[in-house]
Ligand binder design. Structure first.
Ligand SMILES: [Mg+2]
Length: 393
């Protein structure tokens, strides 16, 4: 068992609290302490992207149709959102994190893993380290965040999620087994609803239940997945923190509260995802060649379909059209519970330009998207929306 490399590392997972909504509350002091719903305005098509903690008390959550959110909280503040602004904040956050350690991995727009092992300028005591980082985020960025500190990514990520918002949870090497024991197995990385129900049938409900079995037994019973579970159950995870610029793909997915096979609704979701990914690609100055669609049905079977394009792209409408084409090629006889799009085969835009991959048409498109990003920055994400994301039912 390979436990040594992990036990001496210090991994910090930082997750911004209700990120988009918190940015809105920061930029609009009159929104503070009020239910803020980012996604679309009432009457517009669309889904909730982020709800502030005040809005969550009304039962509003991500991926809920805006019309439903409006029913639950008609007095809420509904904003269409501004991805350019959120990306700007994300970059500010990343820059701040890079002052703590060069090993920063932005896991998404609002969360990051930091490997701070052997950083002499940071507090040694983990609680003080967490308070220091949270204090710096609050002073510099003026946004709330939750923090987990542990010897590896798996433990740090669970820890940051346990006391949201503004949580700080530390788990040391000697505490990790006891820390994990009471948690439900769904907390384990790689355990979805399907594998969870299989494990529960076998009497394994908590990570503690899993800890009672040895690796051979779990491997015999569940194959390779069983070994994976064994290591996680004992808090062993050797994944390194990798810098953002060597990241392999950019993606986003949404799980619905209510499964759906309404194609128009699902197109709307695809449009929102494509728009988000396109904005992020352009903000980072990168292009992607392969577009992957992920669909999970309500029986928890998951399908991915991908298409590789002849030229790398960063345009919302291309990401949307390819995803839609992939989506149209699969059956939705079963209701869908999750949709995701990711773009891989990434290269810097400058590199593509050097390679002379662009033609005249591409230049025109780049100018168009530069204008779209400008307008979105000024008037909000949904000020310009692709026609296809607005089905007219
Ligand atoms: Mg977050």
């Amino acid at each position: 068992m390979n436990t040594l490399p992990n036990s001496n590392r210090i991994i910090v997972h930082i997750d911004m609290d209700a990120f988009f909504a918190s940015v809105e509350q920061l930029l609009h002091p009159e929104y503070r302490g009020k239910p803020v719903i980012v996604g679309a305005r009432p009457g517009q098509r669309g889904v909730v992207s982020t709800a502030s903690y005040e809005a969550r008390t009304y039962g509003i959550h991500s991926a809920m149709p805006i019309s439903k959110a409006y029913q639950l909280c008609p007095k809420g503040i509904f904003v269409s959102g501004n991805h350019k602004t959120y990306s700007d904040f994300s970059r500010k956050i990343q820059r701040l994190f890079s002052t703590f350690t060069p090993l920063v991995e932005m896991a998404s727009i609002d969360e990051a893993f930091l490997d701070v092992t052997g950083c002499p300028h940071l507090p040694e005591n983990w609680r003080r380290l967490g308070e220091f980082i949270r204090g710096q985020i609050s002073e510099t960025i003026h946004l709330p965040a939750s923090i987990g500190i542990a010897p590896n990514k798996f433990l740090a990520k669970i820890a940051s999620d346990l006391k949201k918002p503004q949580g700080l949870v530390t788990v040391t090497e000697s505490e990790k087994q006891r820390f994990l024991a009471p948690l439900p197995i769904q907390r384990m990385w790689g355990v979805g609803e399907k594998s969870a129900s299989m494990l529960i049938r076998d009497g394994i409900r908590t990570i503690g239940d899993m800890q009672k079995y040895d690796e051979n037994y779990l491997a015999r019973r569940y194959g390779k997945f069983g070994s994976h579970l064994f290591y996680l159950a004992h808090g062993i995870d050797n994944r390194p923190v990798t810098n953002d610029h060597i990241r392999k793909s950019i993606g986003r997915e949404t799980t619905f509260q209510h499964d759906s096979n309404d194609r128009k609704y699902l197109y709307t979701i695809l449009g929102t995802l494509a728009q988000d990914i396109g904005t992020r690609l352009r903000a980072k100055g990168i292009l992607g060649t392969t577009i992957t669609l992920k669909v999970r049905y309500n029986n928890f079977s998951t399908h991915t379909k991908r298409k590789t394009l002849s030229l790398p792209q960063d345009a919302d409408h291309i990401i949307f059209n390819v995803s839609k084409e992939l989506f149209d090629s699969i059956s939705i006889a079963q209701k869908v519970r999750l949709l995701g799009i990711s773009v891989s085969g990434l290269c810097p835009s400058a590199h593509a330009e050097q390679m002379d991959l662009f033609n005249q048409q591409q230049d025109t498109q780049n100018e168009l998207y530069a204008s779209i990003d400008q307008i979105r920055k000024k008037y909000g994400t949904n000020s310009i929306i692709m026609g296809n994301t607005l089905p007219n039912s």
